[in-house]
Design a protein around this ligand. Sequence first.
Ligand code: BTN
Length: 246
Amino acid sequence: MSALFCRNKIEDYFEVKHLRRIDSTNDYLKSLDKSKLREGFVVVADEQTGGKGRLGRKFFSPKGGLYFSVLTAPKTQDLLDKLTVIAAIAVCDAVREVCGDDASIKWVNDVIVGGKKCSGILTETSENLPGFAIVGIGVNIGDSVDEAVRDIACGVKNVGKDTKKKLLCAILENFKSLYCDFDKSQVVAKYKARCSTLGKTVRVIDNGGKEYPAVAKDLDLDCHLLVFDEQNITHTLSSGEVKILI
Ligand code: BTN
């Protein structure tokens, strides 16, 4: 637990800087003078012109969505390793609480509603910020979904003009409690309870780019996905991607 991050009131935990337009909130945080930064600093942008996703992909970030990055300073390797998992739980619960959508987590870090992705998470470290890790979160709201990805992405329900603010607060609140009182086995259990990938027939795209069909069976204690391929051989996936087939 970090003394700086874990204070008493939500306003004490997070200092939020708002930007209208930026290339990427993750890159913006990386460029700042580290002596002026502390854990809990948050940058939120109305729009990103160069939003980044995992695996070198773009994250379309038109006006109307929620795009932000949180600066963390995890004190243990376990906590660092689980930042994305914690963020996925925090987003999934916030979408359920604020928007009433039936959100779930698609392994490894997408939050989905009705089979489509409404949120993605990109956790990064930077040489410019030793000891820190940046958790970048994007949530599409309403119709703030770029045409190029409408077949696979959706927006969470827009519940009024404060949707964005309410979502941001709920995500930060959820993130804070999982981060400050970090308990790895509890976090993995919570992730598992929200993970809709389990039991599904999937197409695995592993780190080497190899693709094969499999059934997603379980998560291990590190949140790695256990899949059975067509020869009934078990593979343990620590990263990579799965596409849900059935
Ligand atoms: C993914 O789905 O592959 C990850 C998407 C992460 C998007 C967020 S939006 C805020 C932050 N800034 C970025 O450039 N990316 C992350």
